[in-house]
Design a protein around this ligand. Sequence first.
Ligand SMILES: [Ca+2]
Ligand SMILES: [Ca+2]
Ligand SMILES: [Ca+2]
Length: 164
Amino acid sequence: MKTTTKLILAAATIALLASSAFAQTAGNSLTNGPRSPGPHGPFSASDFDHDSQVTRAEIDQFIAMGPERSVGMVAYFDQFDLNQDQVLDESEVASVQPEFAFDGSDANADGRLTLAEVTDYANERLYRQMGLGEFFDLIDIDGDDTVSAEEIEAAHVSGQLPRG
Ligand SMILES: [Ca+2]
Ligand SMILES: [Ca+2]
Ligand SMILES: [Ca+2]
């Protein structure tokens, strides 16, 4: 066998291994949850300038990065359940954009999502049940278009924003 042929085969093998490792990771995140959870949920993820508060501009930018965040997870599920059988089968799951929209909700890790699984997952956090802009308004008690560190802490205390 020529050296170049061997090299091509080696490269193909590496590519195959890399793609199966990627598929493994993607399957796990569908089951195991958001890739970068923080202590303040969406207010950790959207504090882009790390000043411990979230402005309207920051939350709007975060929503634009994940359209499911504008409507809540159950409403977003409906958009991908094309045959309306209350299950996202593997082909429907494959059509989900962004890919991470339902991360964490595949409780039995079978690669399919039932409406019950997504509803149960959404019910664990108020911010998964409603549009994130609406949730921002709820936590922004003084209505100054900024969720301050104090308002985040108040939401932890009230239970509207569980820690972690
Ligand atoms: Ca900020
Ligand atoms: Ca379906
Ligand atoms: Ca405020």
